[in-house]
Design a binder for this molecule. Structure first.
Ligand code: UD1
Ligand code: UDP
Length: 400
């Protein structure tokens, strides 16, 4: 009997992390895979759909300029109800912690349709950070009868909450996506050259600091501190900054106002995933408040400084690939400068090395998820214990 699975997503990170999974599901003989995008993001979502060649069955196009969370949730809840009635899925699949994922889970719950949650069990324990995502994750896991935990630590957090759903440890699907894209770049020198040519002209003598930032809890003072730190760093003439700026007006305004004319700073539009992976490969240090980038960095051998007070991705901190620097101007500036000094002392051979041991996944998360959804037995993801990871990039010691 065929199971009809409706995958619902709407933002850049959800699309990147669901793309390899929807491709696999479409090849399952006993699954009918339907894709609905809410369009919570427009340009940033379309970039991902195009790179991964996904044509959604339904596109709700709900995004408005500077949207409020309630306005967005209201529009989606009502539109998704119509989609559920029309397509009558046996199961809804959501990802992560966005307003799209939470609203989709709630809409399915109201229609008594089972929900499976990809990337279940991430927790900081602080409802204020990340906001509103910490609440979103918890609500989705309460609703879900099937929870795909990326890591054993996420599984443990779910077990501690005594939820009713089944938990399967799969690894994070972002590693599957990253591998596909990194292999594409690796295999094609002409593509590499095209991607490099489209990036701003970079000074070969200066290390690249790649920056991304968009968290709502950092709006206002947090962003002023972050931009102040970047301004200080740029003025040292020891580093060049490349910052693909998130399209949210709450981000665009302070970033353009404070850094628009700064030397050694390239403010650019959000990059498609191919170009962004290439830029991560070329960066010396990544400074970010993103969740996904913390998971990708170990595979790329890049030290990541995270502009948050707490992270739900504690595995990377334990493995030494990520260090939290918070959102204070001085702390960010000093964190980057000290990382830069340590990098200058590191073995140059390390700079070109890539390392494939990642606590977040082994590139087979989607196979496990598709297997469970198709009713097969699967071997759960078991990351290598931290102590056994002798070949963690020496570059990570730069942030130890
Ligand atoms: C959302 C998610 C966050 C995720 C982030 C990834 C929620 C509550 N937040 O936050 O978990 O980490 O996406 O980027 O779901 N905009 C555009 N074009 C785009 C995308 C955004 O113009 O392609 C602008 C619009 O003005 C939009 C605004 O950004 O109203 C905010 O977008 P929204 O999805 O509400 O919030 P994010 O901060 O992106
Ligand atoms: N990313 C991208 N282009 C960019 C910035 C980020 O493709 O200009 C990718 C990044 O590699 C990661 C994902 O987007 O896979 C993270 O998205 P974001 O930071 O928006 O959301 P979060 O992970 O914090 O939810």
């Amino acid at each position: 009997m065929t199971t009809r699975i409706l995958s619902i997503f709407g933002t850049r990170p959800e699309a990147i992390k669901m793309a390899p999974l929807v491709h696999l599901l479409s090849r399952e003989a006993d699954i009918e895979s339907i894709v609905c995008v809410t369009g919570q993001h427009r340009a940033m979502l379309d970039q991902v759909l195009s790179i991964f060649e996904i044509t959604p069955t339904v596109d709700l196009s709900v995004m408005t300029e500077n949207q409020s969370l309630n306005g967005l949730a209201g529009r989606m809840l009502s539109a998704l109800d119509d989609v559920l009635v029309e397509h009558a899925p046996d199961r809804v699949l959501v990802h992560g912690d966005t307003t799209t994922a939470t609203t989709a889970a709630m809409a399915a719950f109201h229609r008594r349709i089972p929900v499976a949650h990809v990337e279940a069990g991430l927790r900081t324990g602080d409802l204020a950070s990340p906001w509103p995502e910490e609440m979103n994750r918890r609500v989705i896991d309460v609703i879900s009868d099937l929870m795909f935990a990326p890591t054993p630590s996420a599984r443990d957090k779910l077990q501690a909450e005594s939820l009713s759903g089944r938990i399967v440890v799969t690894g994070n699907t972002v590693i599957d996506a990253l591998r596909v894209i990194a292999q594409k770049i690796e295999a094609d020198p002409a593509l590499r050259a095209r991607l490099d040519a489209a990036l701003p002209t970079l000074d070969p003598a200066l290390p690249v600091l790649l920056v991304t930032g968009h968290r709502r809890e950092n709006f206002g003072d947090g962003f002023e501190q972050i931009c102040g730190a970047l301004h200080d760093l740029a003025r040292t003439n020891r580093i060049q900054i490349v910052y693909p700026v998130h399209l949210n007006p709450q981000v665009q305004e302070p970033v353009n106002a404070i850094l628009g004319d700064a030397p050694n700073v390239h403010l650019i539009p959000p990059l498609d995933y191919l170009s962004f992976v290439r830029l991560m490969q070329r960066a010396a240090i990544i400074l970010t408040d993103s969740g996904g980038i913390q998971e990708e960095a170990p595979s790329l051998g890049k030290p990541v400084l995270v502009m948050r007070e707490v992270t739900e991705r504690s595995e990377a901190v334990e493995a030494g690939t990520v260090r939290l620097v918070g959102t204070n101007r001085k702390a960010i500036r000093n964190g980057v400068l000290s990382c830069l000094e340590r990098l200058a002392m590191a073995d140059p051979a390390a700079a070109s090395a890539t390392f494939d041991i990642n606590p977040y996944g082994d590139g087979h998360a989607c196979e496990r998820i598709a297997g469970v959804l198709a009713g097969r037995d699967v071997h759960e993801f078991e990351p290598m214990p931290v102590k056994a990871r002798g070949n963690v990039s020496p570059l990570f010691r730069a942030i130890a």
